[in-house]
Design a protein around this ligand. Structure first.
Ligand code: BGP
Length: 472
């Protein structure tokens, strides 16, 4: 839809950038930190692990000063659960508590709003060993108690909280659940049970948040993007709706409405994936919905129908980590209208507007973009210059669409680009760079870890000072 006049960004719009603990901190075994599932994950010999990351743990003040120079209004980061509770519960590690106290104080000193992710993939390994982690009901109380400790410790300065980052990825990626994933069916069945526990844990945590009388907003950060039908063939339209259901909607329907929608429940029963639900679970979720939704958006997908056949029987799935095809449900195909990043992620800025509108219409909650960015092979040129025009162009187009979504009537509290500085990518090491700040290291050569401002840094600085009016 086009309009005669378009609204500007609200004056209190939160311009920001994001990171997560294991992707930036390093110091994986320092100052009493316990092991997380990330620390024990099978290593890929071709890329770096997360042990050093970008050394933010030791360079925190220098990094926050750069955030201030960039002009950030909000900084999204996650707390490493095992820095606070090395064994996931019980004994507290004061040095870990102090690190985040110092980080939050430093942010407040510059007037930067902290946006805290309570848990971003780095689940305590000891809880996996003790009782199976998220697969056990016991995980609910340990997560809630950890979150309560954070509320009590940092809640005087932190107003915005994200409960679980990309729960759907945790459920689907065996190593993030602490599983080997050797038995696909078993892994998916356990994954749906883990998913249910995460939803109950989130609701319990939101209940605690309100009980403590905390002001501010809380909700999950979800990976959510529109899935387009490949054609006007009704079979493809059905495939796109089914893909939306099993990839995205199932999760927020639980968090926000406390329901397994009929077609989803039918799917779970049919595949024998239905989780065990205890009395009161659904009511608890209904009564304790999030008060905002964090949206991680990178790309859209396009799907066509994928009928069951002899070659592809029911249950067949193709994954490159996340599902790309499921017999009898959908099949992702290339969208020829879109270009893609070096990693094949299809660039679809308008898809962000559609995503924001979809979420707004479905759940009627304020949204905050918690991740959006472009992973690329950046080149450090002579004189410490990184000309990342491709990233500027990516971000510009997505910010334009965010503005249009606001004009459509969607409440968007802020925009946090992924990532503030280069991070170690979840699956692609340090080669896949995302930041406004270049980190001078390679996969196996740590160099001097110098912080270098990229061209996009200066561009985003202007975007922020002009409150999104200067995008060119
Ligand atoms: C999201 C995660 C982030 C981040 C990002 C980019 O799924 O929340 O942690 O890594 O995606 O993904 P990748 O690092 O695989 O490029």
């Amino acid at each position: 839809m086009e309009f005669r006049k378009n609204k500007a960004f609200p004056t209190d719009f939160l311009w920001g950038a994001s990171t997560s603990s294991f992707q930036v901190e390093g110091a994986w075994q320092e100052d009493g930190k316990g092991l997380s599932v990330i620390d024990v994950m099978k290593k890929n010999p071709k890329i770096t692990d997360f042990t050093v990351a970008v050394d933010h743990y030791h360079r925190m003040k220098e990094d926050v000063a750069l955030m201030a120079e960039l002009g950030l209004k909000v900084y999204r980061f996650s707390i490493a659960w095992t820095r606070i509770f090395p064994s996931g519960r019980g004994d507290i590690n004061q040095k870990g508590v102090d690190f985040y106290n110092d980080l939050i104080d430093e942010l407040c000193k510059y007037g930067i709003e902290p946006l805290v992710t309570i848990y971003h993939f780095d689940y305590p390994q000891s809880l996996v060993e003790e009782y199976g982690g998220w697969m056990s009901r016991k995980s609910v109380e340990d997560y809630r108690a950890y979150a309560e400790f954070l509320f009590q410790t940092y809640g005087d300065r932190v107003k915005y909280w994200l409960t679980i980052n990309e729960q759907d990825h945790v459920v689907r990626i065996p190593s993030r659940l602490g599983l080997t994933g050797e038995n696909k069916y078993e892994q998916l069945k356990l994954g749906y049970q883990a998913n249910h526990h995460m939803c109950v844990a989130t609701a319990e945590t939101i209940k605690t948040f309100h009980k403590l009388g905390l002001k501010g907003k809380i909700g999950p950060a979800v990976s959510f993007s529109m899935i387009h039908p490949a054609s006007s063939n009704p079979d493809d339209v059905l495939a796109s709706q089914d893909a939306m259901l099993v990839k995205h909607n199932y999760l927020l329907d639980l968090h926000c409405n406390g329901e397994y929608r009929a077609p989803l429940w039918q799917y779970l029963l049919d595949r024998d994936f239905a989780p065990k639900i205890e009395d009161g679970d659904m009511q608890l979720m209904k009564e304790n919905p999030p008060t905002m939704i964090g949206v991680n958006y990178y790309f859209s997908e396009t799907v066509k129908a994928f009928p069951v056949s002899e070659e592809f029987p029911l249950g067949y799935q193709k994954e490159s980590l996340l599902p790309e095809a499921e017999a009898g449900v959908f099949q992702v195909i290339k969208n020829n209208e879109l270009t893609a990043t070096d990693w094949g992620w299809e660039i679809d800025p308008l898809g962000l507007r559609l995503t924001l509108r979809e979420l707004h219409e479905r759940y009627h909650l304020p949204l905050i973009i918690t991740e959006n960015g472009m992973g690329a092979y950046d080149k450090l040129e002579a004189g410490d210059v990184v000309n990342d025009d491709y990233r500027i162009s990516y971000l510009r187009e997505h910010i334009k669409q965010t503005k249009l979504a606001i004009n459509d009537g969607v409440t968007v509290l802020g925009y946090c680009s992924w990532s503030f500085m280069d991070i170690v990518s979840g699956r692609n090491g340090i080669d896949k760079r995302y930041g406004f700040v270049y980190i001078n290291r390679e996969n196996f050569d740590l160099k001097d870890m110098r912080r270098i401002k990229k061209k996009s840094f200066y561009w985003y600085q202007k975007v922020i000072t002009s409150n999104g009016e200067t995008l060119s």
